[in-house]
Design a protein around this ligand. Structure first.
Ligand code: ARG
Length: 720
């Protein structure tokens, strides 16, 4: 008996860790071949066809990409859409005013007529995908330059897009995988009439704010609700009062049963980007050069914005979304620096690369792979300073509208006035839309201060790599302090406000753009962003080729155990379990895989920007008015943990049980596991989810919008 057990343990230890359920962002079309048996063992009760079928309705029909950057799910036969609060954030802020502040107070449409249409918001349904690797790679060969290779590939991609778009009905996208060793096409259908149905107040939807962001134990009700509208035949249509709710092919039933440690959990969604194949020196470059610059630039921008946001509710609404996304990545990048340093990822990867390099230099592999690692390592050594410079510059452009807008707008206007009357008439709506975009979320005093601070930082820290000749001159003339310069420029510039742009357009003189002092700086910065020396182009080409070959070689030699391609905003499935973290005295829950209302109230700070709780919610909790949503143990659940493999872009994704019923919405990862984008750590990495019972409790009892809950389907074996 003992012997058997010993053999079993030894056997387990020999098993490659990569086949464990939690790691992996899988393609739906390969579930049957790669994962289905494993998933069944873990607790899945659906067939692969019920998850992904081209001909019949399946789970995939209930999953949408939300506004390009998040995921959402359809939860009723009238196309109610559930996603995160932080995914709906921009739309909610846009629909709010200082008087009718839905970010602050929440909103629930009493009926369909009260649902609100934000300016631009779309959802994207996934229709089908297929492998076109052979077709595309037959057009290229190893002797081609990267430029020619790319041209040949783009030509073929254009054909594939045309063949599958059915005359514009579908959006077709062909994407590279495994660093360009494989290609797949994806067929999507976009719906643009998407309306806000409801949102909890920020004190629920963003409870814990940036302090709790990326942290566990967590108590955030990170959800908001929308509805997809279509024309009467179910086709996508521009907004119209004639439109009707879409009748979806599939929508998710809800489970109120609750979750327990080791329960099966799977997530479908659109993970944005991972870098699991990134070489050791790339990680080192990020830790030492790129991310520290990112963190410093982002923080500077945030701090300056905050001063003005705190003073004025209207300014706050204008900048809420930009601030939150800057803060989100600021904390993420600092977390990456810490986690990657601590976990010794660079060392692990270096060992792997050494093994690969030995293989690559065997006589039979040398011709194709011998130089790969040397090229890659040489590339990073030569681009460290550039990556630091680029990150300071990109944070400047991201946080300061005066950095990017005068060039964008100025160049658009230059093109516009270059055209004849007829063409101008055609272009005018676009010009006006751009003016709206720039100045719709714009407060000049704030912008001035952010711009000054960022120019000072960039011109100081970026000079080690090199500034443009103009920027060097400006820096010298101003002794590194752009305060007076920017103040003066803004006082004279066309681009200082919407009014001055419109005034310019009444009596346009082209030289007033080219001589404009803000345009001059902005255009110089933008040129710097885009500029690439011949030497840099050559470096990039060689790197791209080497990286592609590294991945090819590592797969051929099995030096890397990774069996799935990096995330790139295409639909993936990840499966795993409800899984606790080690006991944490900050969490009142019995097992550290969920949190409760009691724990949330412990964090409560009346009037605090991040930890306030609405009075009505406190009362409901006090009265234990949990309705059918409490756990059978009596507590009101808020969030729970799974070990699924997700990343940014998965935000809003459905968490499903073995029957395909909705048990939660994924909304975050934990800071200890944040290095997961580069190396998946089974011990540390978790997905943080809102419990669906909490979501429904808030809608039903707190918001009094029971009609919304009634629209959904609760799995019948849940009802008492
Ligand atoms: N960390 C979350 C994500 O990347 C976003 C959370 C937004 N909340 C915030 N406090 N900034 O999906």
């Amino acid at each position: 008996m003992k012997k058997v057990v010993f053999a079993l343990i030894a056997g387990l230890m020999l098993m490659p860790i990569s086949v464990k359920a939690d790691e992996g962002m899988w393609f739906l079309m390969f579930i049957e071949r790669l994962n289905h048996r494993d998933m069944e063992k873990e607790g899945l009760q659906l067939s692969s066809e019920e998850i992904y079928s081209i001909n019949h309705s399946s789970l995939k029909d209930a999953i949408v990409q939300f506004n390009g950057g998040c995921t959402a799910e359809i939860v009723s036969k009238e196309a109610l859409v559930l996603t995160n609060h932080h995914c709906g954030y921009g739309a909610i802020a846009e629909l709010s005013t200082a008087e009718q502040n839905y970010l602050k107070d929440g909103f629930w449409a009493k009926d369909k007529t009260a649902e609100m249409k934000p300016k631009s918001l779309y959802v994207r349904f996934f229709v089908r995908m297929d492998d076109v690797s052979k077709r595309i790679l037959s057009k290229v060969n190893d002797k081609m330059s990267e430029l020619d290779r790319d041209k040949a590939i783009q030509q073929e991609i254009a054909l594939i897009e045309k063949e599958n778009s059915e005359g514009g009905k579908y959006t077709v996208s062909v994407r590279p995988f495994f660093q360009g060793n494989e290609y797949y096409y994806f067929v999507y259908q976009d719906y643009k009439d998407v309306r806000l149905v409801g949102t909890p107040p920020e004190s629920v939807g963003k409870f814990g704010g940036d302090t709790d962001n990326w942290e566990w134990p967590r108590h955030t009700g990170d959800f908001s609700m929308f509805r997809v509208y279509a024309d009467k035949d179910g086709n996508p249509a521009e907004y119209s009062t004639e439109n009707v709710p879409l009748k979806p092919k599939h929508y998710l039933p809800i489970s109120l049963k609750g979750v327990q440690e080791d329960d099966f959990a799977m997530i479908l969604g659109y993970p944005g980007r991972t870098n699991r194949w990134m070489p050791a020196n790339g990680i080192e470059q990020n830790i030492k050069f790129a991310y520290p610059a990112w963190v410093e630039g982002a923080k500077l921008g945030m701090d300056r914005m905050k001063v003005y946001m705190d003073k004025d509710a209207t300014v706050n609404l204008k900048y809420a979304s930009k601030y939150a996304s800057t803060a989100n990545y600021w904390k993420n990048r600092q977390g990456m620096i810490d986690a990657l340093t601590k976990s010794g990822t660079v060392k692990t990867k270096t060992i792997q690369e050494t093994k690969f390099n030995d293989w690559a230099n065997k006589p039979e592999n040398k011709a194709e792979f011998g130089n790969v690692m040397a090229t890659i390592n040489g590339y990073y050594a030569k681009t460290n300073l550039k990556s630091r410079h680029d990150n300071y510059l990109s944070q400047l452009m991201r946080t300061a509208a005066f950095g990017s807008a005068p060039a964008n707008l100025g160049n658009t206007l230059l093109d516009y006035y270059n055209e004849n009357e007829a063409k101008r008439a055609e272009l005018l709506p676009k010009v006006n839309a751009l003016i709206e975009t720039v100045y719709g979320k714009f407060y000049a005093p704030l912008e001035k201060e952010v711009f000054i601070a960022q120019l000072n930082l960039y011109s100081s820290k970026g000079s080690e790599y090199g500034l443009s000749p103009m920027m060097s001159k400006w820096k010298e003339e101003n002794k590194g302090d752009f305060t007076a310069y920017v103040n003066d420029a803004v006082s004279k510039s066309i681009f200082a406000s919407k009014e001055s742009v419109l005034n310019f357009m009444k009596d346009p003189k082209i030289e007033n753009i080219t001589k404009d002092p803000l345009y001059a700086v902005s255009n110089d910065l933008q040129t710097r962003v885009r500029a690439k020396s011949d030497e840099q182009n050559q470096l990039d080409d060689a790197f791209e080729k080497a990286f592609r070959n590294m991945v090819k070689g590592m797969r051929a030699s099995s030096t890397s155990a990774i069996q799935y391609p990096d995330a790139n905003s295409t639909l993936r499935l990840t499966y795993g379990k409800v899984r606790s973290l080690p006991k944490d005295k900050r969490n009142d829950a019995k097992i550290n895989n969920y949190t409760t209302m009691t724990g949330m109230v412990k964090k409560y700070k009346a009037g605090d920007e991040e930890f306030d709780i609405p009075a009505r919610l406190l009362e409901l909790n006090e009265a234990k008015d949990f309705g059918q949503y409490a756990d059978k143990a009596g507590y009101m659940p808020v969030n729970f943990l799974t070990d699924n493999d997700i990343t940014g872009g998965n935000s809003g994704s459905p968490v499903l049980n073995g029957k395909g019923e909705l048990i939660g919405i994924a909304f975050d990862g934990n800071i200890e596991g944040i290095a997961g984008d580069v190396i998946f750590d089974k011990k540390l990495q978790r997905t943080i989810n809102v419990d669906i019972r909490y979501v429904l409790w808030i809608i039903d009892k707190y918001a009094g919008a029971k009609h919304i809950v009634d629209e959904m389907t609760i799995a019948t074996d849940n009802l008492n």
